[in-house]
Design a protein around this ligand. Sequence first.
Ligand SMILES: [Zn+2]
Length: 340
Amino acid sequence: MHTPYSDGEAYHDEIATAASRAGIDAVIVTDHNVHVRGLEGYQHGVLVLVGEEVHNPRRRPQASHCLIYGAEVEMAPYAAHPQNLIRQVSECGGIAYLAHPVEFASGISLENEDFSWKDWPLQGFTGIEIWNVMSEFKARLWNWPAAVFFALFPSLAMRGPFPGALRLWDSLHAEGRRVAAVGNSDAHGTHFGIGALKLTVLPYEYLFRCVNTHLLIEKPLTRDFETDKRLLLNALRVGRGFVGCDMAGDTRGFRFVASNGVDRAEMGDELRRTGMIRYKVTCPRAASIRLLCNGKLMAQASGDSLDFQSLEMGAWRVEVYRRWRGRRIGWIFSNPIYAR
Ligand SMILES: [Zn+2]
C-alpha cells in the first residue's frame, strides 16, 4: 500500500485507522522508491511496518516492481539491476517479493500500464505476489462502460489470482525452487472524476476487507513492537501462511498441514519424504478444495476438509474456490509444503 510519500492518498496513521476498522492486525506500507523512516510502530492498535516497492524509473517500457520487507535501508539506488537489488536486500536481512509479476494494461489508458516482472532469470527472491487487487481491477477496465461499472461495483471485479500468475508460481516450483506467495491490496486511495461522477475508487478500508495475507506466527502478538515485527517477518520469510479473499467469507481458520509419520509440516515448511506423506486441509466453511503438486491437480473435494496421501515430491499447495455473489471466486490460496 502507498502513502503521499509516493502515489497514495492517506498517511500511515490514517492507514492504521482504516486497517483497524477492517480488523487487520498488521500492515506493511511500501511506497515507491522511498524507504520512509521513523513511522513504524503500533498505531490505533495496528502494527505498522514500513517496507518499500522498488522499480527502475528509467526502464522502458516500465516493468519489474519489487516489494521489500525488513531491509531497513533505502534500496532504490539498486533499482537499475534487479538481480543486484535482490542480493543487496538479502545482505541487509530483508525479504524480496516480486510485486504483480503478471499484469495487464487497462483498455482505457494511453500509457502502457503493464508492470509485470520482466527481468528473468532471477535468483534469490523469497516469493511473488500472486494476487494484487489493484492489478486485477485495472485489468477489468476494458473500456469506459466497464470502468464505470467496476468503479461502482468493485467487488465484482474480484475473481482470483490471474491464471498466468499461478502458472508462473508453479513453474518456479517445478524447477525445485522455494517460492512463497503473498496477496496484497496495493491500496492507493486514488480519487477519480468521470464527468459529474466523483469517487474514491477502492478506498483503503474497503481494500483491506478484500484480499489479505494471513500469517501463522509462532505465538500470539505480544503488542511489543520489536517482538511482533520479528514474528511477522519470520513468517513472511518462509511463507508460513496463505492468501485469503476475506470479502467472500472470513478465511481465518484455514489450515494445511502434512505429516510423514515422524515430522509434521505447516505451510512454508519442507518435509522429508521417507514414505507416504499425508496432507490435510481444513477450511472454515464448505467450499471446493483443490490440492496441487507443482501445479498438477492431485486431489479435490467439496466440503470443509480434504485428506490425501502421496509419494509425489514437489511443492504441494491448496486452492479453495467458493460461490459468492453469483459466481465462482478464488477464496484461499495456501503457501506450499515442500515434499523433498
Ligand atoms: Zn507496483
